[in-house]
Design a protein around this ligand. Structure first.
Ligand code: ATP
Length: 310
């Protein structure tokens, strides 16, 4: 379990992480989702003590990372997929890491097998492709058989095979009861991997929801309505839990009322309709809307809003 409490990080005037509070539970894959610059890497660095918080606390299984007697056995992390610049073979690279933590050669061979590097384990790690380097980084993260696994953007730059492999690996680690925390800026990727989502924007928490709940909310249908009497129609449609927005004159986008209901209400009031179309938002669109709202929260609105009553 990772517990982040009122965590903030400032670099000079820049607030990278702003009063974040959330928990990452064992037994499931938790996705850490947010656009570029949202503060994901900074948060992960603070979890393993690479950066000191400006305020707030982070604990892993009840203790600060630095207070664990054998941190590598507690948390395995892959942060910033950077190339391994070494003339050593992959196996020797891992053996050297293992030796500094009192981990034996047997475990090195186990993780090599686990990440599928057996055939290239004797090759120079410095010459590895991005995908192989990524597998090596994951092997290093798993060396200590950690109860918490944390990976920052692990699928960046990987081919479809590599991506599928990482998804399977993460799910398997979670099924073994480990805490698995993985960041991405792609909703579509998280939708296939994570069971729970922590969404951040501009350093702030936007959502802390099960994926199923996010999907349910995202699939809320929007109805596009065109009418020469859009103003009157909007007034007619507004009500509790109904939102009406407009991007152009004569066009309304309505959530909270179904297509038939809108058609019936318009007909009963004698209003003319030129279009009545139901559209389902994709998960990616729902994520964009969510994070755009975080931008709006900071006062940078770019979306004209006709009216809403919630
Ligand atoms: N060492 C630093 N000094 C100054 N600013 C920093 C530093 N590290 C991060 N930042 C800033 O803090 C903000 C959050 O960055 P962070 O890398 O944590 O975001 P992220 O969500 O991981 O983004 P990405 O997906 O692009 O990696 C960004 O605006 C970034 O420019």
């Amino acid at each position: 379990m990772i517990e982040v409490t009122n965590l903030s990080k400032r670099y000079g005037d820049k607030v990278a992480v702003d009063d974040l509070t959330f928990r990452v539970r064992p037994g499931i894959v938790t996705g850490f989702l947010g656009p570029n610059g949202a503060g994901k890497s900074t948060t992960m660095r603070m979890i393993i003590g690479l950066d000191a918080p400006t305020a707030g606390t982070v604990t892993v299984d009840g203790r600060r990372y630095a207070d664990h007697p054998a941190p590598l056995r507690e948390v395995g992390a892959l942060l910033e997929a950077k190339a391994v610049h070494t003339g050593r073979s992959a196996r020797n690279h891992l053996l050297a890491m293992a030796a500094t933590h009192g981990i034996g050669a047997r475990r090195v061979d186990e993780v090599i097998e686990l990440v599928g590097l057996r055939e290239v384990a004797g090759k120079r790690a410095g010459g590895f492709s991005l995908g192989m380097g990524q597998r090596l980084g994951i092997a290093a993260a798993l060396l200590g058989d950690p109860r918490v696994v944390m990976l920052d953007e692990p699928v960046n730059g990987l081919d479809p095979d590599g991506i599928r492999w990482i998804r399977g690996l993460l799910k398997g680690l979670a099924e073994q009861g480990r805490t698995v925390f993985v960041s991405s800026h792609l909703m579509s990727e998280m939708a296939q991997t994570a069971e729970h989502l922590i969404v951040v924007g501009k350093g702030r928490l936007i959502a802390d929801v099960p994926l199923a709940e996010f999907t349910r909310q995202a699939s809320r249908t929007t109805v596009r309505v065109r009418s020469p009497q859009a103003g009157a129609l909007r007034d007619l449609l507004l009500g509790p839990d109904v939102t009406v927005t407009s991007g152009e004159p004569g066009l309304l986008e309505v959530t909270g009322r179904g297509r038939e209901q809108i058609g019936d209400l318009a007909a009963a009031a004698g209003l003319t309709l030129h279009e009545l179309t139901a559209t389902e938002a994709s998960l990616e669109e729902a994520f964009m809307t969510m994070t755009r709202d975080a931008v709006e929260y900071h006062g940078e609105t770019d979306r004209p809003t006709v009216g809403s009553a919630r």
